[in-house]
Each structure stands twice: as structure tokens, then as C-alpha cells.
Design a protein around this ligand. Structure first.
Ligand SMILES: [Zn+2]
Ligand SMILES: [Zn+2]
Ligand SMILES: [Zn+2]
Ligand SMILES: [Zn+2]
Ligand SMILES: [Zn+2]
Ligand SMILES: [Zn+2]
Length: 499
């Protein structure tokens, strides 16, 4: 029924780590070690050594920590009752003791090593409630090695590690037994300046200590072969898991864009470092072919004409251009390698143009400090979801079906005015007489100049923040940000239940 045997092999360690990454619904690396352990509820209890000494109640196994392993160890309590969902089930509980004074990355490895002992059923297979390092016991040595293999593969699974190395142009050199940069044109190396060190990449992306990263790199070719034996879907899932770390400008911490010559946050170039800032940076919105934003970064509206510079629903810009042509009056201003003229369309929120390094329209308006599209400093600047705002005023092929003021269908002066209430039936922007742009009947704001329209001013079109569509958009975004945590249960036979 299950594949456990007493050989304590690499394949089981790899298989188990892959399954756990799937079952706990891992979203990114570095792995949330404490989140993973807490999804086992009371079945796995963490006890730092410091607490073990001061709180005898925590010493369920009655052990002397000084006698035990340097980093951590794990004790099983059999025949416990475990709360799982709305019922109690019989099973084992494990106490994981660990040295909480060690380096963070070392603790992470230790905790996953102990989880390896638990999920690979070492307490059962070795028939020991507390796994003690006995030199005389070769089976224990093999089990301990297997727990290490589990730990490294759950923290830094071979396919995910291999993907990062490949992206950065590294391949394995068998003769030198090391990873070498062989593709200097790898997309991730564009504009980087310095060549990254594979060990630093791996340490940062997966939260490993330097020795663990080194070990990971050297065992990787061998381990990839083992990973190829797991289910291809599972392999693909693990390989594609994103990592939070990335290349950031070390001047302003803006995420590097491989296609840009200059940093969109500060206008400088070639100063990047691989970093994990502890949270995902705001999403970067895509652009349409003509340089317009994919959808409005404020209200999520996706419907605007090709020549629109402003969103007809909320009036915020839907393009961001550099002021190269404006500033230079047709001449070049940036001394250096290249003369670049004309404006370039930039992404929402870019302060400086990634192509020429000149200030953008957004940058002029908001300055380098306030790198926010939305007014609230607490919310993420860019929308991640788009929405469609339906017609409030019904039209047919752009023509009003009835007067929005009185409902009459009778018109005068070629349909430009309502015959009953004499209201104008054409929506224009409210720009005090001269130079008004004609707008769609449902435009709240002019897509050319961003000013409110007369239909909006008249109160026939509600502000976008009042609409059901916007409320739904906010709710959907909130929902998509929520973490779907799983609850895991280790059954007596070692199988893990997921709910
Ligand atoms: Zn161990
Ligand atoms: Zn920068
Ligand atoms: Zn908008
Ligand atoms: Zn430019
Ligand atoms: Zn009317
Ligand atoms: Zn206008």
C-alpha cells in the first residue's frame, strides 16, 4: 500500500517532499516553514531548546537537551487523540526540539529535517520514540541522511533550483563538477552588469544557509535524475513555483526589467542585486501593443479607445510616456552612447523611462517618492484584475435610445437636443466652451483630456466607486489575495491526509 521500506533511499525522500509541496499548496519560495508545520495542527509541536530548559512541562519525552543533537531532534508520543476538523482521531503526536539560537537558515533546515523523520516514518521503521544518534546503528545513519535529503528537497526542490540556474545561463560542467555560466545571452542576464554567483542565487531564493546551498548545487545533477521519476505533473508543478526573490535596483529597490536600459524607479542603470524583501512586490501591469495599459490601473476598466490617454470611467491616465521629446525640444539631452529622440510609452507607475532614462509624465506628477498610482499608501498601486463597466445610458451604435433626463425619444436639430426638455444629447468634456472633446454617452471622463463629461456632471452616470462592478472588483481582489491554507494529518500508516 505504501512504498516505505527500510532502505531509506533518495527516491522516497524526493517523492515525499514533492507530495508535501503539493498538499500544502505551496505558493512560493522561500518555503513558509512555520506555516507548513502549523498546518499539522497540534500533531507537530515545536519546542525551542530555550523553552525546554525553562519549562519542564514542554519536556514530554523527559530528555536532556545537552545530550541530544546539536541542531534538533524529534520525539514521538503514541496513541494520542488529535483534533482534526470537527472530530478527534487517534494517532501520534511529535515534539520537535530545536536550537533556536542557530542562524535562521540553519533552523529552517533543521525543522524540515525533523519533518523528514516524521513523514518518512523513521520513528516507526526504527522502532524508536526518540531518534538518537547512535554511531553503532547504521540504519539510523541512513535514516538521518534521508531526512537531510527530504529537507533539501522540500526547501529547494531540484526542478525549481534548476529552473533558476537555467534562466541565468548556468549549465553543469561534469569535468569541473560545478555549475558554469555558458549562456551569456540568457534573458535574466540582460543589463545585469555583474554575473551572479549561483550559490548566492540559491541561498536567497530558497532561504538556505551557505553550506546547504553548496550541497544543493553539487547534488543537483544526481537529484534531477531522481525527480524525473516522479509524476510529470508533480514535477511541472514544483518546477513552476515562483520565488519571491529577484533582481532589484540597489539605489531605489525597484524590480529590474530585463528589457530596460534604465531603472524605471530612479533612471540609473546596471546596479542590481538579487534580494528577497520578504514580500512580493506590487505586480507590474502589461501594456497593449500601442503602449496603453492593459486595463485601467485604478478602476480596472478594460474598455477604452485606441487613442485614449485617460480612462473614460475614472479619468486616470491609461498611458505613461517619457518626456524626452518635450524636455529636449526635439534634440537629444542624454549625453552618452546613443541619441534617442521622441517619447516612449512606459508602464504605469514608472518614474523614469526604461528606454531613455528621462522622467515620465507620471514621474513629473507624482515625483520619485510617491511611487503610487492609487491615493492610499497602504494599497498596492496596480490593479491585478480588470473589469467591465456596463452602459448606464442605453445606446445603439453610439446613439442614445432616449433622453437621459426625461426619457423622451423625440429629438430636434439632427438629434442633438431632446425635443421635450431641450437637453443636449451629446456627451462632451467639461472644458469651458472651447476645445471640448466629444465623448461616448457612457464616458464619465474624457479619454483625451481626462476632464469630467457633462453627462457625468449632470448626475446621469454614477462615479465608478459607487458602482456594483467596482465593489465586486475589490471583493474579488481581496479574495484572490487570501491564502488557501491546508490542514494536514499524518495517519498511523504514515499517509498524509489533506483537507
Ligand atoms: Zn535526524
Ligand atoms: Zn533604481
Ligand atoms: Zn479607470
Ligand atoms: Zn524615453
Ligand atoms: Zn429630455
Ligand atoms: Zn476632453
Amino acid at each position: 500500500m505504501n512504498a516505505f521500506d527500510r532502505s531509506f533511499g533518495r527516491k522516497e525522500a524526493v517523492q515525499k517532499s514533492a507530495e508535501l509541496l503539493r498538499d500544502m499548496r505551496t505558493v512560493s519560495f522561500p518555503l513558509d516553514v512555520y506555516g507548513l508545520l502549523s498546518s499539522f495542527g497540534q500533531q507537530i509541536q515545536l519546542v525551542p531548546y530555550a523553552e525546554l530548559e525553562t519549562n519542564p512541562d514542554k519536556n514530554a519525552a523527559g530528555v536532556n537537551p545537552q545530550m541530544m543533537s546539536k541542531d534538533g531532534f524529534c520525539t514521538r508520543i503514541r496513541d494520542a487523540l488529535i483534533e482534526y476538523g470537527d472530530k478527534f482521531v487517534e494517532g501520534s503526536v511529535w515534539y520537535v526540539y530545536y536550537d533556536d539560537t542557530a542562524w535562521k537558515s540553519r533552523i529552517r533546515f533543521t525543522l524540515m529535517h525533523e519533518l523528514g523523520h516524521i513523514t518518512l516514518r523513521h520513528h516507526q521503521l526504527l522502532n524508536m520514540d526518540t531518534l538518537i544518534d547512535l554511531d553503532s546503528n547504521p540504519e539510523y545513519k541512513a535514516a538521518d541522511k534521508q531526512a537531510d535529503l527530504f529537507s533539501i528537497n522540500v526547501l529547494a526542490p531540484a526542478p525549481a533550483v534548476y529552473r533558476i540556474l537555467k534562466e541565468h545561463g548556468f549549465t553543469y560542467d561534469k569535468k569541473k563538477a560545478d555549475w558554469q555560466l555558458t549562456n551569456r545571452n540568457a534573458p535574466f542576464l540582460q543589463n545585469l552588469g555583474d554575473i551572479p554567483h549561483p550559490e548566492v542565487l540559491i541561498m536567497t531564493a530558497f532561504g538556505l544557509s551557505q553550506p546547504a546551498a553548496n550541497w544543493r548545487l553539487h547534488e543537483l545533477p544526481l537529484e534531477l535524475e531522481v525527480w524525473k521519476q516522479v509524476d510529470p505533473d508533480l514535477y511541472a508543478l514544483v518546477e513552476k513555483l515562483p520565488h519571491r526573490a529577484g533582481w532589484f535596483c540597489w539605489v531605489c529597490h525597484t524590480r529590474r526589467r530585463t528589457t530596460s536600459m534604465y531603472c524605471p524607479g530612479c533612471g540609473k542603470g546596471f546596479h542590481y542585486e538579487f534580494k528577497d524583501f520578504g514580500k512580493f512586490t506590487r505586480p507590474v501591469m502589461g501594456l497593449r501593443k500601442n503602449g496603453q495599459f492593459e486595463f485601467c490601473s485604478v478602476c480596472g476598466n478594460e474598455d477604452f479607445p485606441e487613442d485614449a490617454e485617460f480612462c473614460p470611467i475614472c479619468g486616470n491616465p491609461v498611458v505613461n510616456e517619457c518626456e524626452n521629446a518635450f524636455q529636449t525640444d526635439g534634440d537629444f539631452i542624454r549625453s552618452g552612447m546613443e541619441i534617442i529622440r521622441g517619447t516612449h510609452r512606459c508602464r504605469p507607475g514608472d518614474i523614469y523611462c526604461g528606454t531613455c532614462g528621462v522622467l515620465t509624465a507620471f514621474g513629473r506628477r507624482h515625483g520619485p517618492k510617491e511611487n503610487m498610482w492609487l491615493p492610499s499608501p497602504t494599497s498596492d498601486r496596480c490593479r491585478t484584475l480588470k473589469t467591465h463597466y456596463p452602459e448606464v445610458i442605453p445606446t445603439d451604435d453610439g446613439r442614445l435610445l432616449k433622453c437621459p433626463a426625461c426619457g423622451s425619444t423625440r429629438t430636434m436639430r439632427d438629434g442633438r437636443y431632446c425635443a421635450d426638455c431641450k437637453q443636449p444629447l451629446q456627451n462632451v468634456c467639461d472644458s469651458e466652451g472651447k476645445g471640448a472633446h466629444s465623448c461616448g454617452a457612457n464616458d464619465r471622463y474624457c479619454s483625451i483630456c481626462g476632464k469630467p463629461t457633462v453627462f457625468h456632471r449632470a448626475g446621469w452616470l454614477t462615479e465608478y466607486t459607487e458602482t456594483r462592478e467596482f465593489a465586486e472588483l475589490l471583493a474579488a481582489e481581496k479574495h484572490s489575495m487570501k491564502k488557501r491554507a491546508s490542514r494536514l494529518l499524518i495517519q498511523p500508516d504514515g499517509e498524509i491526509c489533506v483537507s
